[in-house]
Design a protein around this ligand. Sequence first.
Ligand code: IPM
Ligand code: MG
Length: 347
Amino acid sequence: MKIAVFAGDGIGPEVTREAVRVLEALELDGLELVHGDVGGAAWRKHGHPLPAETLAIARDSDAILFGAVGDFECDRLERHLRPEQAILGLRKELGLFANLRPATMFPGMEHFSALRPEIARAIDVLIVRELNGDVYFGEKGIRTLDNGERQGWDMMSYTESEVRRIAHVGFRAAMGRKRKLCSVDKANVLETSQVWRDTVIEVAREYPEVELTHMYVDNAAMQMVKSPGQFDVIVTGNLFGDILSDQASMCVGSIGLLASAALSDGSMGLYEPIHGSAPDIAGQDKANPMATILSAAMLLRHSLGLEAPAARIEAAVAKALGDGVLGGDLGGTAGTTAIGDAVLARL
Ligand code: IPM
Ligand code: MG
């Protein structure tokens, strides 16, 4: 069982270190961790955000634990050299097309939500976000028009087969939950979304037990704060899923609590917190490592089939939260290492 550990930039190394401590404490037989450089850190060392060595480590592993990438100093680099290309490149190169982003309320944590507690309490949604297509990977450019004005453009597209494979992930996930799937698009304006919607409806015939609904993305954003409890599984494209998952995190209470998995057709997966590199608090022992620790739990469950240790980690995090071990993101004072210690103590 080989796990690639790519810590990345900003708070990435700190939060990943705590997740690694938790994995090591489980003393799992045959677990091997291999570290690699990604993001701005890799660009400084190797001149590229996703060096060939790193990609080789990834391909040779059973799963990847990923911290975060993003670095202000790299924001003016040519796009293919920016830190974000590390995560986008890994998703594409490894065919990690299915992003699972669960947002579930931790018992007793309702008052940390950006929503009123009685509304927040009910949130238990799984966002299934497509990760290999959409405007993220279409042709793009900046051109100068005849009048001398610059024009930026990005091509949005989805093929039927791309929609079909993520729709199946959404329906299968719904089958294992409350059997409700909401497909989010913008079919009232975008042709990309029309193909999306038609295809999801077609796939639905194979899942008669799942109740399928459709929602425009603007309405979905509104419903997510009005009554998040109405959602079971949401399936959506790359861009809409990016935005809605950040929003869902604040309905739970903190972006520092939410883990995610990016899966391929096989068992290969990349696991990462949904938060970014937060360079403003990097290196100050302020970041909450819980989202990364919970990502390690998802890794054990989805890529290695180790349900029991995954559940142990999740229970330890929930216990720590219940005991009032709160990071700055939740208005508490516990630092990164202290939170790691607290989770370890409850394993
Ligand atoms: C995410 C992030 C990434 C994305 C960035 C870092 C490229 O926001 O994983 O949600 O947009 O997918
Ligand atoms: Mg995002």
